[in-house]
Design a protein around this ligand. Structure first.
Ligand SMILES: NC(=O)c1ccc[n+]([C@@H]2O[C@H](COP(=O)([O-])OP(=O)(O)OC[C@H]3O[C@@H](n4cnc5c(N)ncnc54)[C@H](O)[C@@H]3O)[C@@H](O)[C@H]2O)c1
Length: 251
């Protein structure tokens, strides 16, 4: 028996990167998972199905409320109610580091539209369903960069600071209806995209050296916390930001 048997989860941005591991971890605990992404989710869905799990891939730009509404409708038609929402999609791996004065207005607006307004649109869409159930687990994904003020990606750092604040405000408004809203702030995670990026070896090794637990962080370092926040074990926790980075950022 899994901790999430009978539950339906949505993982945004689950086609690539850490979201793949989130979707796999939730299905391994018995949840059925809808993966919403702007690129094909076929590989993630195939891997989950091959392991005996249930997953559905849907094309959805989380910053477009019409696409969010369509993806939610398709999710409900396939799986019924929505119990867990993981707001993981973000403009991240394709960002290139640059001084903040070189960030264009369009780049700034895009980061905020996907990373902040995206989770807002998704929570706004699922909240009526979760309120009606008097049950829901919303997990927003921020970043340790918001605590460190990491240089070279100011728009991204600002967006993750907003995700932290938004988590607290949403938790406050949704608590009376039995909905938990929490947030995970990962450190630098060795996804395929981060490992493939040239000229970043010092940065990668620096991330391991700069934390109490001296190792590179993998996506699987996050899945235990994710499942905990999605499960009944965390039923009396809300509005919290859990930094999962081996002891690099403190707050
Ligand atoms: N990898 C890290 O080091 C790290 C560290 C801290 C926080 N995070 C956060 O973790 C999450 C996942 O990070 P990642 O490294 O896997 O990122 P990634 O860039 O590799 O993957 C992001 C996923 O989101 C999807 N996506 C992008 N824009 C979208 C949109 N408008 N609508 C729907 N899907 C969209 C992408 O297609 C991709 O599948 C992000 O929120 C990121 O900010 C990552």
């Amino acid at each position: 028996m899994g901790q999430l048997d009978g539950k339906t989860a949505i993982v945004t941005g689950g086609a690539e990167g850490i979201g793949v591991s989130y979707a796999k971890a939730l299905t391994a605990e018995g949840a059925q998972v809808a993966i919403w992404d702007v690129v094909s989710c076929d590989d993630t869905v195939a891997a989950i199905t091959a392991s005996g799990g249930r997953a559905l891939g849907l094309t959805c730009d989380v910053s477009d409320p019409a696409q969010v509404a369509a993806a939610l409708k398709a999710t409900q038609e396939a799986f019924g109610g929505v119990h867990i929402l993981v707001n993981n999609a973000a403009v991240f791996a394709r960002l290139y580091q640059k001084p903040f004065e070189d960030i264009t207005t369009a780049e700034f607006d895009k980061a905020l539209a996907v990373n902040v307004r995206g989770p807002f649109e998704c929570v706004k869409a699922v909240s009526p369903i979760m309120r009606a159930q008097n049950y829901g687990k919303i997990i927003n994904i921020a970043s340790g960069t918001a605590f460190k003020g990491t240089a070279g990606m100011m728009h991204y750092v600002a967006s993750k600071g907003a995700v932290i604040s938004m988590t607290r405000s949403m938790a406050n408004e949704l608590g009376k209806d039995g909905i938990n809203v929490n947030c995970i702030a990962p450190g630098l995670v060795m996804t395929d995209a981060i490992l493939a990026r040239e000229g970043m070896e010092d940065f990668r090794q620096g991330s391991a050296a700069g934390r109490f637990l001296k190792k590179l962080q993998t996506p699987e370092d996050l899945t235990g916390t994710l499942v905990f926040l999605a499960s009944p074990a965390s039923d009396f926790i809300t509005g919290q930001i859990i930094v999962v980075d081996g002891g690099a950022a403190m707050h």
